[in-house]
Design a protein around this ligand. Structure first.
Ligand code: KG4
Ligand code: ZN
Length: 339
């Protein structure tokens, strides 16, 4: 089954063709990062305009490079929430219009479920075993999710304030590194001293699986105020901050995996590209759990292939509910408990 998938929730215009939820025939992504870099972060109005300009060229690329005609598509999947509403609308309107014109079923997908399904891309479905505890961390969300079976998402914990990726972005700005902050901090941390600054870890109340990163960001701001920002400071602060984030994320992930007797633990979302996070989780997971992160770096950050995968598994589970092109309502703010 071939799914044509759309993702426009933030600053990537992405279209992909995915076969049977795992085989990526082509994943086309136009990233607006270079545009937003100059402005220091994503400006919603600028993002919305770029999506409108890029959606048809990116769609054409996905079809041409996957060797797929519109008639050969079996269903259409699209991110409907959460995200920037003016960005989401480009994807949902384009996808609904195509579904109506072609008479194909349309599957509205939660962006976070998409990130979670990035771990199925370029893998065989049978090799992945439930129950799974997923740490899904990006600029817009930060959740621990228990999956007992396909398309079942139980939120075990979430951030009370900033998401981990958001914290990377804010701290990068504080110490004079560029946008997006995650890759910049990760690169600058190499050669830095992770013990140089003793930054706080918000464990919250005993056994809590929730997260909080705003105190860590404020602690960095206080240190910045009393230091000269030079290359050495940037490296040491990047390493110390990265360690604090990875310590909390990995520790709560392993606690949750033990508590819910997971067979596998998965990392997903933009922050799952972080090398140190992967290392720390691997060290702490030992041999108790199978650890997976997206098979390709490109699948950690926003892309449409992951939406095609989530859409496929949703469709297979409940095919009769996905037909009406009118049923796709974009929404800015839902977590992964909603479709
Ligand atoms: O999943 P994503 O592309 O978009 C959202 O859904 O938000 O994630 C983008 C986020 C940004 O905050 C970015 O700084 C972070 O992921 N990120 C990283 C790394 N690469 C991207 N954070 C830490 N280390 C990285 N290597
Ligand atoms: Zn995302």
């Amino acid at each position: 089954m071939k799914i044509l998938a759309f993702e426009t929730s933030c600053d990537e215009t992405a279209v992909a063709v995915v076969e049977n939820g795992t085989k990526v025939l082509h994943s086309a992504v136009f990233s607006q990062i270079d545009i937003h870099k100059e402005l220091g972060g994503v400006v919603p109005e600028v993002a919305a305009r770029e999506h409108i300009l890029k959606i048809i060229p990116v769609l054409n690329e996905a079809l041409a490079k996957s060797g797929t005609s519109l008639e050969e598509v079996d269903a259409i999947a699209v991110t409907r929430a959460p995200g920037l509403i003016s960005s989401l609308l480009t994807g949902t309107v384009t996808a609904s219009t195509l579904a109506l014109a072609l008479g194909k079923p349309i599957i509205p997908v939660n962006h976070i479920h998409g990130h979670i399904y990035a771990n199925w891309l370029d893998r065989h479905t049978e090799e992945i075993e439930f129950p799974i505890v997923v740490l899904t961390v990006s600029g817009g969300h930060n959740e621990l999710v228990l999956m007992k079976e396909h398309c079942s998402f139980e939120i075990l914990g979430e951030t009370l304030d900033d998401a981990a990726g958001e914290a990377f972005d804010k701290v990068a700005r504080l110490i004079g590194l560029g946008y997006p902050g995650g890759p910049a901090i990760s690169k600058t941390a190499v050669g830095g001293d992770k013990y140089k600054f003793d930054l706080p870890r918000a464990w919250l109340k005993n056994g809590s699986l929730d997260f909080s990163f705003s105190g860590l960001k404020s602690a960095v701001a206080r240190v910045v105020a009393s230091h000269k920002i030079d290359a050495k400071f940037q490296a040491d602060m990047s390493a110390s901050f990265e360690e604090a984030v990875c310590d909390v994320l990995s520790s709560k992930l392993i606690t949750a995996a033990k508590k819910y007797k997971a067979k596998e633990i998965h990392l997903a979302g933009g922050v799952s590209a972080n090398k140190r996070l992967r290392e720390v989780v691997a060290e702490r997971a030992t041999r108790d759990f199978v650890l997976r992160y997206p098979a390709n770096m490109h699948y950690c950050t926003d892309n449409a292939a992951m939406i095609g995968s989530a859409g496929y598994f949703m469709f297979v589970k409940n095919p009769s509910i996905y037909s009406e092109w009118k049923n796709v309502n974009a929404s800015a703010s839902v977590n992964s408990s909603a479709v």
